[in-house]
Ligand binder design. Sequence first.
Ligand code: 16G
Length: 269
Amino acid sequence: MATNEKTASGTSRPGTKQSETRNSVLDLIEQLDVGAAIPSERQLCHNLGVSRLTVRAALDDLVRDGMLVRRHGSGTFVSEPKIAQELTMTSFTEDMRRRGMVPGSRTLDLRVTPAGAHVGRLLHVSPSEPVVIISRVRLADHETMAIETLHVRAALVPGLSAADLESHSFYTLLSDRYGIDIVGGLQTIEPTVTNEEESELLGVPLHSPAFLFERVTRSESGEIVEFVHSIYRGDRYRLVTDLSAQPLPHRPALAAAGHNQRDGRDHPS
Ligand code: 16G
């Protein structure tokens, strides 16, 4: 499986004692199971022939990168591997299933309100257009992964309920119940940290690193279907892109995808 790799990002700054130590610990992690304890700092110093300071710095680095987790008083353990998120059009449900994980969804809120200026602009509707706003916590193998807030024109999804979205994939409902197939869209990704509410819902410390995804998708007819604002856990995700060769020139393609190059900022619309 090309996902959930433990150490695909296991390279580090070359040529320093710390990076060599980091790589040796990464080799060790590869041989251990998730949740297994790594040897003590003292043992590692002895095995690797480096100072305590070097070992500690390398371990700090690996803790920060989410490869190891420290538990007060009991030691340092191999973390659950991060999810290697490819930047594709797939749904959360489909994505998790493909990784052999059980997808889940908890609906926090579902309400219908006028779009307002900002969401109206993103969905290409008037500010008074009724929009369904649904907030969901997304789970994989019962663990919290992300909070997604979905905005969709109410007229597109009559009868959509909170319970529907706990037992079904939104993209599957769109296709099977409402006859809408998503064919493309635009997504932006920014680094962020979790606020108090997000930290609580995700079960992570306040101001934990996270990814802010914003996605606008369109159907076959070219109509905008959804605007989704999502906070994904930074300790559980890393982003992967396939660097296949692009036909030149590629800047006009970016412009066509909706990027505003004049002010240097990206506007998903
Ligand atoms: C993904 C999408 C989200 C979409 C959802 C549908 C990202 C960042 N977001 O999570 O925009 O609404 O899939 O998932 O990838 P579902 O079909 O499982 O409900």
